[in-house]
Design a protein around this ligand. Structure first.
Ligand SMILES: Nc1ncnc2c1ncn2[C@@H]1O[C@H](COP(=O)(O)OP(=O)(O)OP(=O)(O)O)[C@@H](O)[C@H]1O
Length: 240
């Protein structure tokens, strides 16, 4: 599915937070949305998920305008927000089933898809445990499994590794990359951590509401005359 953001600007009151941001995501690829704290990443996610109303510009999913056909477009999206959004007292399976019901799946279908995702995430043996018993990395995996239950074509992850230790961060990042390949999923992974981004990724660098770079990591470095993405990120944003 093609995703295109066209000329997005957004302000909270009189504070501009996004300024004429335009990009197109490539179907089935991993994209890193890299920006320091406060760059506007969560605001952009808010617009992509319709938590925030578009003020200027539009978003097109498979050619459908989010302004004109929002429900059709939203069915194509799976989201993992920055804050953990699981019910800690429900079991892993109950969390998945509740979410699947919201998407109109039958109980049988929900169970089958939920278990399939848990198996892929090596978590099937934890299906009947309360989420509270899981560590942070495993909770995040459950959230991603949940976001995939309705088989979206676009997976949005807003700083999904916040609060995880280095090993869990790395494992989660690897896992999503595998999903991207296996499912032909388009992924937009927001982060302020350069170590979660690879030179072969498509990288979008957001700083103070402006898209400062958009392209393959290597190409961005070549254009900026820098050795690596860390240096590019630092020279463009002062961060890193
Ligand atoms: N509800 C709000 N009202 C006013 N200002 C806001 C609101 N939400 C965010 N902001 C401001 O908008 C700017 C962009 O915030 P946003 O959360 O989109 O950035 P971010 O790149 O996701 O950063 P972070 O990683 O810190 O979440 C920041 O200056 C933030 O303080």
């Amino acid at each position: 599915m093609t995703i295109e953001a066209s000329n997005l600007s957004f302000r909270y009151g009189d504070k501009p937070v996004l300024r004429e941001v335009s990009f197109a995501l490539t179907s089935g690829r991993f994209h890193a949305l890299l920006g320091p704290n406060g760059a506007g990443k969560s605001t952009l996610f808010g617009l992509l998920t319709r938590l925030l109303a578009l003020q200027q510009g539009d978003i097109f999913m498979a050619g459908q305008s989010l302004k004109k056909q929002p429900a059709d477009a939203m069915r194509q999206i799976g989201v993992v927000f920055q804050q953990n959004a699981l019910d800690l007292d429900l079991t892993v399976r109950q969390n998945l089933q509740y979410h699947a019901a919201l998407h109109g799946l039958s109980r049988k279908e929900a169970r089958a898809r939920g278990d399939r995702e848990l198996e892929r995430f090596s978590l099937l043996d934890r299906a009947n445990d309360a989420v509270r018993q899981l560590n942070g990395g495993h909770r995040r995996r459950v959230e991603i499994a949940r976001a995939l239950l309705h088989e979206p074509s676009l997976l949005l992850l807003d700083e999904p590794t916040v609060g995880l230790d280095v090993a869990s961060r790395k494992a989660l990042n690897e896992h999503v990359r595998t999903l991207c390949k296996e499912d032909d999923l388009t992924v937009l992974w927001a982060t302020h951590l350069i170590e979660e981004v690879r030179a072969e990724d498509r990288v979008l660098i957001l700083h103070q509401g402006q898209l400062l770079a958009d392209g393959k990591g290597q190409a961005i470095c070549e254009a900026a005359g820098t050795r690596d993405l860390a240096e590019t990120f630092h020279s463009l944003t002062g961060a890193g």
